[in-house]
Design a protein around this ligand. Structure first.
Ligand SMILES: Nc1ncnc2c1ncn2[C@@H]1O[C@H](COP(=O)(O)OP(=O)(O)OP(=O)(O)O)[C@@H](O)[C@H]1O
Ligand SMILES: [Mg+2]
Length: 353
């Protein structure tokens, strides 16, 4: 096994800037020091040299000084509409290889409405939607309550709670005001999918003619060679239907350790095949690399038809608790093994191993 010099690039919550008027959940998407150190230790256990570098403005100097062969990038960055794409942009300028998806995919997937436009063009099932930039924009004809509202460019359930489920015009306007003012970005309003909550993680890279429109023919050949699907995970939201209703910020942070995670999710084989295919299709049309997690809801009012909510090309990697780590564990990978699998997937993509 070849030994590499690896820098883990991340933004630790405790290092994040503090500013006036900042909300309590401002940095909920960032990583804890213990997660970042667990990645560093996993990569060291894989036989490599590894250090953590805080992915702030100092990164150009620190990365040049450390001279990594490759960076293990999980940096979300702090500011800007396409913040998750900033570190990849710097690394490409410096011609340093890095794990995971590149600039365009990270910028795209952070913008949920833009991602949904791409999914819709490929006829992939994602809830009908409308993006709002102003509080008083009329609701499109055909958008039927109940609806669901969320900020366009956040993660970790930020701005998502029981109040995000909208039953009428009054609730729509109140929540639009809240999301637009608090998160200073367009609000995404979607059809509310009542049902089960399932997520699919995968690792690998696609082989084959991926630059094609997804065929409409249901029997057409499905391209997913090169990907390894982890067992799907379901979060049991039943105990929280009256308090949270959805997998929002409160459940993803304060209550994360109390939730019941079913992995592998109790789904029949055909459903798992369908979810894997949809996950591969989203991975492909968004141009993702190495690993990702795709979130779904299964519509209980339509025979549990799966709807794609989003793709996370930088999913949380916290030992034991992050969704994709729970899935990797259920598949027999330890945290250390899974982190090295991601690293090796990137090294092999660059032809370094
Ligand atoms: N259209 C919808 N209908 C029903 N529930 C929804 C819908 N969109 C989002 N949700 C609920 O809100 C949760 C969070 O939504 P989403 O995955 O888009 O946000 P996120 O904050 O980016 O999540 P992550 O932690 O995965 O980054 C979903 O897991 C689901 O429970
Ligand atoms: Mg999600």
């Amino acid at each position: 096994m070849k030994k590499f010099r690896v820098a883990v690039l991340a933004n630790i919550k405790a290092n994040a800037p503090v500013f006036e008027g900042m909300s309590a959940d401002q940095w909920d998407d960032l990583d804890s020091e213990s997660t970042v150190l667990s990645l560093r230790d996993a990569i060291r256990a894989g036989g490599h040299e590894c250090e953590f570098l805080e992915a702030d403005e100092s990164i150009i100097d620190t990365v040049r000084a450390y001279k990594p062969d490759i960076c293990f990038n999980i940096a979300e960055s702090h500011f800007g509409d396409s913040r998750e794409a900033q570190i990849p942009a710097i690394l490409e300028k410096l011609q340093i290889p890095y794990t995971g998806s590149k600039i365009l995919t990270l910028a795209l997937s952070l913008d949920k409405p833009m991602t949904k436009r791409i999914l819709a063009w490929h006829n992939l099932p994602t809830p009908e939607f409308q993006s709002f930039e102003r509080e008083n924009e009329p609701l499109d004809e055909g958008m039927q309550y109940p609806l669901f509202i969320k900020p366009s460019r956040e993660g970790t359930g930020m701005g998502i709670s029981y109040q995000s489920i909208l039953h009428n015009e009054d609730e729509l306007r109140t929540q639009l005001r809240y999301v637009l003012n608090r998160y200073k970005q367009p609000a995404l309003v979607e059809r509310f999918i009542e049902g089960r909550e399932v997520t699919v993680g995968l690792v690998g890279n696609l082989i084959g003619p991926v630059a094609r429109r997804i065929p409409l023919d249901e029997n057409a050949h499905r391209i997913h060679a090169g990907l390894h699907f982890l067992p799907p995970m379901e979060v049991n939201l039943d105990p929280y239907l009256e308090t949270d209703g959805v997998y929002g910020n409160n459940l993803k942070t304060a209550l994360a350790a109390d939730l019941e995670y079913l992995c592998p999710a109790p789904l029949d084989e055909d459903m798992v095949d369908e979810l894997n295919w949809l996950a591969a299709a989203v991975f492909r049309v968004t141009g993702a690399l190495d690993f990702a997690r795709i979130d779904f809801r299964l519509d209980k009012n339509d025979n549990f038809k799966p709807y794609i909510l989003e793709i996370n090309p930088l999913p949380g990697l916290m030992p034991k608790l992050s969704d994709i780590i729970i899935e990797a564990n259920a598949d027999g990978f330890s945290h250390t093994e899974f982190i090295n699998l991601i690293l090796n997937t990137a090294l092999s993509r660059y032809g370094m191993i």
